[in-house]
Design a protein around this ligand. Structure first.
Ligand SMILES: Cc1ncc(COP(=O)(O)O)c(C=O)c1O
Length: 430
């Protein structure tokens, strides 16, 4: 018998590990979700500006993906098949090849890794080392690449790194991301100088791993010029370029890949989060074909290639990426979001607009203020989270499919919360 009170079940406190995270900001129990709306056990609805941390770019329970998945299950479609060949897998790869790879002239192979982003990153880091015979991977300040030890090594966040309990997170060389030393510093030139100097102490790198927009690290968006510079440095030093598009890809910035307009050709591209289209666990590594030197089963795993995800991911590609219509709508919404956040930002002295596309936020200068704003949003029916080194960025990650009216309503809640959080009355009252 399940005990559920108005606030939820005590079982979470009693039995769920202390490692739990997002549920601490939103301590209620949800029952259902549709597009950008979440409903709790009391029937209260919330606007979702978190979207599974960009895993639900197409919203909750897209009707077409849901129908295709139900049909697949009803007809006893293979649910688990290790990495064996299935009809669902063939259909996904063919669709990905036709709609994503071929139009971009990409010869990349698709490697299905374990179902989380961090596993796709692990595979990328291992493969880069195997291809080059080198150890060091260059990662960037504020970068976030996952929680397994290799990916955690490439992750900058102190609190997350503490989870390793002192285990070695090595063979990573940290370099400054664009803007890390302020707007004037030329980080590309600094990196180049260090790598060119044979006495700098930097070993020749196996790869550079970089996010075009740092999702967890505070919505730092690299410019086209900077990303091209990193691609050039990777070539110059015969290192592979790993572009981690796990959070910024799949339409989040207004195009399928967040680097589509950058004129760069990454060697390895980890994808996860919204790849399944419906929030199902599913990750892949795109590998430039000349680098696909894995021996059979060298990066194995039981859950590689989730057949249910193959079904929904194929529908997502066909529905949203067969032509440019969806991308155009996303770009319009991104434009609206930018305008709204720019106006909201004015309420907080010294605040800054961060990010790109539909991956935007406001750096309010303090984690405490950002937390206060998000808590006030939650009280008023909006699910929204923070990011950044000090959790100082209030981060809008609405589903790309959110209806405009609901998007505006969510931003109204955010604006009111910002005004309330900075009002002297509120500070006095607390
Ligand atoms: C850029 C980036 N890479 C990797 C990961 C890790 O993905 P996962 O949490 O699915 O392991 C994340 C997760 O937030 C991410 O944002």
């Amino acid at each position: 018998m399940t005990t559920v009170t108005m606030a939820g079940s005590p079982v979470f406190d009693r039995r769920e590990s202390e490692a739990r995270s997002y549920c601490r900001s939103f301590p209620i129990t949800f029952t259902s979700a549709q597009n950008a709306t979440l409903t709790d056990i009391n029937g209260r609805t919330y606007i979702d500006f978190l979207a599974g941390c960009s895993s639900l770019n197409y919203g909750h329970n897209d009707p077409d993906m849901k129908a295709a998945l139900i049909d697949y299950i009803v007809h006893d479609g293979v649910a688990h098949g290790l990495d064996m060949q299935t009809e669902a897998k063939a259909a996904f790869i063919e669709t990905f090849e036709r709609l994503i790879l071929k139009p971009r002239g990409m010869d990349h192979k698709i490697m299905f890794t374990g179902p989380t982003g961090t596993n796709a990153v692990e595979a990328a880091m291992k493969l880069a080392r195997k291809v080059t015979g080198r150890q060091t991977i260059i990662a960037f300040t504020n970068g976030f690449h996952g929680m397994t030890l290799g990916a955690l090594g490439a992750t900058g966040n102190e609190a997350k790194r503490a989870g390793a309990g002192g285990a070695w997170l090595g063979d990573i060389a940290r370099m400054p991301y664009e803007g890390a030393f302020g707007p004037e510093a030329d980080t590309l030139a600094q990196i180049e100088t260090l790598l060119d100097n044979p006495s700098s102490g930097y070993d020749a790198p196996a790869a550079f791993i970089v996010e075009p927009v740092q999702g967890e690290g505070g919505l730092n968006a690299a410019s086209k010029t900077w990303m091209q510079g990193i691609a050039r440095l990777a070539k110059k030093h015969e290192a592979l370029l790993i572009v981690d598009d796990i959070q910024a890809g799949l339409g989040r910035t207004g195009s399928f890949f967040s680097f589509d307009d950058f004129g760069i050709e990454p060697d390895l591209i980890p994808l996860a989060k919204s790849l399944s289209g419906m929030g199902l666990p599913f990750a892949a590594l795109l590998i430039r074909s000349e680098h696909d030197i894995w021996k059979p089963a060298e990066h194995n795993g039981t859950f590689r290639g989730n057949n249910h995800a193959f079904v929904t991911a194929r529908v997502a590609l066909e529905k949203f990426w067969s032509d440019g219509a969806f991308a155009a709508v996303v770009r319009d919404k991104a434009h609206y979001l930018e305008k709204r956040l720019d106006a909201i930002r004015v309420h907080v002295a010294g605040s800054r607009l961060k990010g790109r596309g539909m991956m935007r936020g406001i750096d309010v200068g303090s984690g405490d203020l950002a937390a206060m704003i998000c808590a006030e949003c939650f009280r008023n029916g909006l699910i929204i989270e923070t990011s950044g080194a000090e959790d100082e960025v209030v981060k809008v990650l609405a589903p790309l499919t959110i209806p405009m009216k609901q998007f505006a309503a969510g931003l109204d809640i955010l604006e009111n919360a910002v005004v309330a959080a900075v009002s002297p009355n509120r500070i006095a009252a607390e």
